[in-house]
Write a protein that binds this ligand. Sequence first.
Ligand code: TYC
Length: 126
Amino acid sequence: MTDAVPAVFRQVPMPASAGPKDDEPGKGDTDTGTITKTRPKTKRPSLYRVLLLNDDYTPMEFVILVLQDVFNKSREDAMQIMLHVHQKGVGECGVYPYEVAETKVTRVMDTARKNQHPLQCVMEKQ
Ligand code: TYC
């Protein structure tokens, strides 16, 4: 034999039945194959609660209008949420993915500032 590759390293086709046996005790665990089980790639986004904080100066009517405008609440739901915040000090306006929650907080803070009300709105991870 004058080949560059010595005979012991030459690849010889091998019947599948001659390969290592998977999952058989005592046969040795030699299979290093990639796991190919499919899995949905979608991740559910983390959700954030948007909260309104009470203060002594923001008019009730302004809070109701903000809840209708920014959080798409009915007049009745807006009234209930506003009264809850007024009485308890804090209340939930809604639960949203991060960027939606952030936009709503910004809208509330911007409109409060423009109208010179001290209304505060925050978000927290659910
Ligand atoms: N406490 C305010 C008042 O008596 C009303 C109010 C309600 C203010 C909710 C802020 O997030 C708030 N005028």
